[in-house]
Every structure is written in structure tokens, then in C-alpha cells.
Design a protein around this ligand. Structure first.
Ligand code: SF4
Ligand code: SF4
Length: 133
């Protein structure tokens, strides 16, 4: 079982090896899907590879280290009223989260999305939106 989480490191925490420490202390594996570092502040999207209890252990540990943690239930939405199914977003998605259905309309798999925002920028009709965490 895995779930995606958004981690926001405040200034100062970004320089310390929080992820490695968390894995060592909890024994629960994490997969970093995306990382942004800007002026000492860092935002990470991670998959926590464990059951509910293991995920809670990781979340509690990270919060104890000063990291802001939110579970990502939904990552991206496609406004079907705006979308013209041009397919421009499909090839750009690094995780294959967007595909055509059998009827050539667009299907977005939010579980695969890592919130990179590439499709949002690429869509000429602004039909895609990252869901706020
Ligand atoms: S780029 Fe925009 S309009 Fe084109 S298929 Fe993707 S979401 Fe729809
Ligand atoms: S935000 Fe990135 S990962 Fe998510 S659907 Fe768009 S291109 Fe794919």
C-alpha cells in the first residue's frame, strides 16, 4: 500500500537530511516523486510505502521534525467542459497520468500525477488544474 504526501520544509529544515533520518528511525520506505527547492524552502511529493499505521508513524515523525505534511487525495482535475480532447497534454506528462479513452476523450489518472504542472501550462484552454493540498 502506498499513499502520496506533500511535504513542506520551512527555512532551515531544508538543509538537514530529514528523509534519510525518517526512513532510518521509522523503518518505512519512501519514494521521492518530486522535489522543489527555492531560497532554502523545499517542497517534496513522496510516496510513503506502508500500511496506515506505518504511514502515520512517518507523518508523526516528519511533523516532529518541523515538516508540514498533507496527504494528497486528489492531484489533478480536467474540466471536461473546457477540454477539446486535443491530446496536447498527453505526450508531455512524465508519469503517463493522462491518456485517451476508447472514445478519444481525455482520461486523467490522479493517482499517477506528481503535480509537476507541465500539462497545466501546456493546455491551450486551461482545462487542467492542480488540486490545492
Ligand atoms: S491540452 Fe487541454 S484541451 Fe487538450 S486534451 Fe489536454 S486538457 Fe484537453
Ligand atoms: S501535473 Fe504533471 S504529472 Fe500531473 S497530470 Fe499534469 S503533466 Fe502529468
Amino acid at each position: 500500500m502506498t499513499s502520496k504526501y506533500l511535504l513542506k520544509y520551512p527555512t532551515g529544515v531544508a538543509d538537514s537530511p530529514v528523509i534519510s533520518k525518517t526512513v532510518l528511525k521509522t523503518g518505512v520506505m519512501m519514494n521521492i516523486l518530486r522535489a522543489n527547492v527555492d531560497y532554502g524552502e523545499a517542497t517534496l511529493i513522496v510516496d510513503i510505502l506502508g500500511d496506515k499505521e506505518e504511514q502515520k508513524k512517518v507523518v508523526d515523525y516528519l511533523r516532529g521534525e518541523g515538516v508540514d505534511v498533507s496527504k494528497l487525495e486528489k492531484n489533478i482535475t480536467n474540466n471536461v467542459e473546457k477540454c477539446v480532447d486535443c491530446g496536447a497534454c498527453i505526450a508531455l506528462c512524465p508519469t503517463e497520468a493522462i491518456s485517451f479513452k476508447d472514445d478519444y476523450s481525455i482520461k486523467v489518472n490522479s493517482d499517477k500525477c506528481i503535480r509537476c504542472g507541465v500539462c497545466v501550462e501546456a493546455c491551450p484552454l486551461r482545462a487542467l488544474e492542480i488540486v490545492r493540498a
